[in-house]
Structure formats: structure tokens, C-alpha cells
Design a protein around this ligand. Structure first.
Ligand code: ADP
Length: 255
């Protein structure tokens, strides 16, 4: 609230003041989100960095002449450095998307071959975790307005998550429908452990994970679904998450 004396003459020598009120809750909330984000990002980077420093010191000191230890420690250091790169790549991806969030992409993209390519590129990962991916697409092309690389990233993220987190369900089903005036929908279904209801509304938040250790061990950064959400917002598309614990999860992207 601001108060200022008003320079207006009125009868009887009374003084007038102007009071102006402004609701800054939204600005405060954004400030808090920004500082939480910086704290989270720093924390995520600090953990692998601390581990790298620890191993460097060990290699310079106690393990200086231990060839066997060199091999083992360098392997771990490589893993930690790769984890940091993944995180920085995801952070850059998010900030690029934020910069252009108000511009809707307008290329005409056929989703059928795009999904085919995404699945081909994820086949090695699916094989590693013993999951088979089934694709159900119509014969005719299904066009949406979009950005090819960004849409590829969306479906890579969703299908990769379905394979990783839904691993025990052994299969992932990807479907495409609509077009010709009807809303276009892509579905990604897994038969894994599902997501408890209280977590569902939060999984697109940056760094939010249902289980931090499970995400780390699966090479997750906690930013995948935040990136997905940003891309879909730019595409004026929605994501619907339906999950049942013990049965699996269905992600639907509706354009
Ligand atoms: P991460 O890098 O941890 O995979 P994401 O943003 O992609 O981050 O996902 C956030 C969290 O949502 C994951 O850590 C996981 O707990 C949960 N999650 C995402 N997809 C699934 C799924 N198909 N089944 C169960 N949990 C999932």
C-alpha cells in the first residue's frame, strides 16, 4: 500500500491523502518459485560435483599409485560428469522454451512417422529393460501444427518414462487417433506400478519426483515432464494423466 498527501485545496483546511493498493501475491509467488528453482538446480549440480571432487582428491592422494582404483574411480567420475551434462542440457532446453513460449509453432507435422522414429530410437533402451513397445497408428497421415524437434522430445520423454518407470509391466502401448476435424490424440500407456493420486498433479513441476532415488538410478533429471509441459503449452495442447496404483499409467496428449 502506498500513501501520499494530495495537493488539493478543500474547505476547512482538511488534508487529503491518496491510498493506492496493489496485490503483489502473484509477483511474490513467482519470486519464490524462481529462488526455489535456483536452489534446486544448484543442489542437483552440487551432488555430482562433490563426488567428482572427492574422487579427484583420492586419485591425487591415497590412490595415486593404485591402477585398479584408477579404472573404477574414472568410471564413476565419467558417470557423474555425464549426469551433470544431462542436467545442464535440460536446464538450457527449459530456458530456451521459456523464451519462445508465446510464439505458437506452425509447421505441418505428420505424427505417424514421427512416432515411428521415436519408437525406433528407443528400441535399444526398451530392450535393455525388457519392455516391448506396440504402436497403433491409422493408415492415413495425422497432421498437427507444431515443431518437429520439440514434438519428438515430448514423445521421447513420455515413452522413455513409460519404459523406465513401468518396466515391470513389460509392455508399453502407444496410440495415435483423430485428425480430419477431430481432436488429435496421442496415448502412451504402461502397465507398471502407477503414480499415487497425490503425486499426479505435481509430476510436471521442475525437479518433482515420486521417488528421488528411483529417478536418479534411472538417469532422470526430474525435468523431463516440465519440458514436456512447456512444449505442449506452446503447441496449445493438453496432457491428461490417468494412473492407477498397481495397474499402470496412461498419458494422453490432446492437440
Ligand atoms: P525424471 O527425470 O525423474 O524421469 P520426469 O519429469 O520425466 O523426471 O518425471 C517426474 C517423475 O514422475 C519421475 O521421477 C517419476 O517418479 C514419475 N513418473 C513419470 N512417468 C511415470 C510413469 N510412466 N510411471 C510412473 N511414474 C512416472
Amino acid at each position: 500500500m502506498r500513501v501520499a498527501p494530495a495537493d488539493i485545496a478543500i474547505n476547512g483546511g482538511e488534508r487529503l491523502y491518496i491510498l493506492s493498493y496493489r496485490d503483489i501475491s502473484q509477483a511474490r509467488r513467482i519470486d519464490r518459485m524462481r529462488s526455489d528453482f535456483v536452489a534446486n538446480a544448484s543442489h542437483e549440480l552440487r551432488t555430482p560435483l562433490a563426488s567428482l571432487r572427492g574422487f579427484i582428491e583420492t586419485l591425487q592422494g591415497p590412490a595415486r599409485n593404485d591402477v585398479k582404483a584408477h579404472e573404477k574411480f574414472l568410471g564413476i567420475m565419467h558417470e557423474q560428469a555425464t549426469r551433470m551434462s544431462r542436467l545442464v542440457d535440460d536446464l538450457l532446453s527449459l530456458s530456451r522454451l521459456e523464451l519462445k513460449s508465446h510464439i505458437a509453432p506452425d509447421a505441418k507435422i505428420d505424427l505417424a512417422p514421427l512416432l515411428g522414429h521415436v519408437i525406433d530410437s528407443l528400441t535399444p533402451l526398451a530392450r535393455d529393460v525388457d519392455v516391448s513397445i506396440a504402436l497403433d497408428i491409422p493408415d492415413a497421415p495425422v497432421f498437427v501444427h507444431g515443431d518437429r524437434d520439440e514434438l519428438t522430445e515430448v514423445f521421447e520423454n513420455l515413452i522413455e518414462n513409460a519404459c523406465k518407470y513401468g518396466q515391470e509391466g513389460k509392455k508399453v502401448e502407444v496410440g495415435l487417433s483423430g485428425g480430419d476435424g477431430k481432436p488429435v490424440e496421442v496415448t502412451v500407456r504402461d502397465f507398471g506400478p502407477g503414480i499415487p493420486a497425490e503425486h499426479v498433479p505435481r509430476i510436471t513441476e521442475r525437479f518433482y519426483r515420486v521417488n528421488v532415488e528411483a529417478s536418479r538410478s534411472k538417469k532422470g533429471t526430474g525435468l523431463g515432464l516440465a519440458i514436456v509441459k512447456h512444449i505442449l503449452t506452446r503447441h496449445r495442447a493438453r496432457m491428461i494423466v490417468q494412473s492407477e496404483v498397481g495397474k499402470g499409467t496412461l498419458f494422453t496428449v490432446r492437440f
